[in-house]
Design a binder for this molecule. Structure first.
Ligand code: ADE
Ligand code: ZN
Length: 356
């Protein structure tokens, strides 16, 4: 999008400070993926749950993943310490404090109802804890949070339909629904009927696609599920017709660089397709996915990408951050307020550069 700001004048050396100061949106964040090892052990002790690791250091040492599935196995095991509403509130509020420190203004966060209900934790417990933390974040942290439950794609369509039914009493407090978990061999089409029902309920639709799965899964998310945002989507570059379609429809891609690195989707950050996605005119933004497992929250994702990818300049920084607000499902007045704040921060850096 054209910017009224003289972005080209801002040198790369100013970018770390600019990125840190800018207001941000986080649209791809699994709240269970923010459970830091220290809190996991504290909750395990509080709830009398045994963890198969001696201590925090041993757990952290296990965070060496070969692919998505090797991460998911550990991530679902880690979630076993979450039993009470207070546990969910403590986990979520700890994330919200980190988000506020990163100057995140809007967070549309995922949670996985089936991960908890399958262990006998009622949905009411999960919702009570998350909602208590969300209310505190709005009051104390200048942070607007909305909830997106995701269906686990390795489970059946029937399980997802049952989960959607169980979510109905909470409909007014949910922004949309998503699709996550093991992508390989679980195409979006498996859940067409679930997402058709969700659309009838007026829920916004997002889906993980093109993380490990092929471009066909991104087509499936768009056409079979009605996805309005694609979570990850980095493999779209393998299909020029898909790139053209994503560009034509301005479908946001919630890209997660440190996640891609840790799950071996890319060999190193210098090889990340982010610059190419921007060159192709796609509506890309950066996110943190499961930051407790992948070594960095949103600010760190931005910092490391701009350090590793020399072609990323102030225009790229502005585009990524603005895309985040525009891709959110917040209303136009809120979006305009955040973008005005973003413009103000960039204008301050432009002015500082020009008077040097
Ligand atoms: N659940 C949590 N993180 C995920 C990811 N990166 N991909 C799919 N499912 C997930
Ligand atoms: Zn994800």
């Amino acid at each position: 999008m054209p910017s009224p700001l003289p972005l080209a004048a801002i040198p790369r050396a100013a970018l770390p400070a600019l990125l840190a100061a800018a207001p941000k949106a986080e649209l791809h964040l699994h709240i269970e993926g923010t459970l830091e090892p220290e809190l996991m052990f504290a909750l395990a002790r509080r709830n009398g749950v045994a963890l198969p690791y001696a201590d925090v250091a041993a757990l952290r040492a296990a965070y060496a993943f070969a692919d998505l599935q090797s991460f998911l196995d550990l991530y679902y095991a880690g979630a076993s310490v979450l039993l009470t509403a207070q546990d969910f509130e403590d986990m979520a509020y700890a994330y919200f404090e980190r988000a506020a420190a990163d100057r995140i203004r809007r967070a549309e966060i995922f949670f996985d109802p089936q991960t908890h209900t399958a262990r006998g934790v009622p949905l009411a417990t999960v919702m009570a804890g998350l909602e208590a933390a969300i209310a505190r974040a709005a009051r104390d942290l200048n942070l607007s949070v909305a909830l997106i439950p995701c269906f686990l794609r390795h489970l059946s369509e029937a399980d997802a339909l049952q989960t959607l039914e169980a979510l109905l009493p909470y409909r007014a407090r949910l922004l949309g629904v998503g699709l996550d978990s093991s992508e390989r061999d679980h195409p979006p089409e498996k859940f067409s009927r679930v997402f058709a029902k969700a659309r009838e309920l007026g829920l916004r639709i997002v889906a993980h696609a093109g993380e490990e799965g092929p471009p066909a899964y991104i087509w499936g998310a768009l056409n079979a599920l009605g996805a309005e945002r694609i979570d990850h989507g980095v493999r779209c570059l393998e299909d020029p017709a898909l790139v053209a379609e994503l560009r034509r429809r301005a479908v946001p891609l919630t890209v997660c660089p440190l996640s891609n690195l840790k799950l071996c989707v890319v060999p190193d950050l210098a090889a990340h397709p982010l610059p190419e996605l921007l060159r192709q005119g796609l509506k890309v933004m950066l996110n943190s996915d499961d930051p407790a497992y992948f070594g960095g929250y949103l600010g760190e994702n931005l910092r490391q990408c701009f350090e590793a990818l020399p072609e990323l300049d102030a225009t790229a920084a502005y585009t990524l951050l603005r895309n985040g607000f525009e891709a959110s499902f917040a209303g136009p007045a809120e979006q305009a307020r955040w973008i005005a704040e973003l413009d103000e921060v960039f204008a301050g850096f432009s002015a500082a550069t020009e008077t040097r």
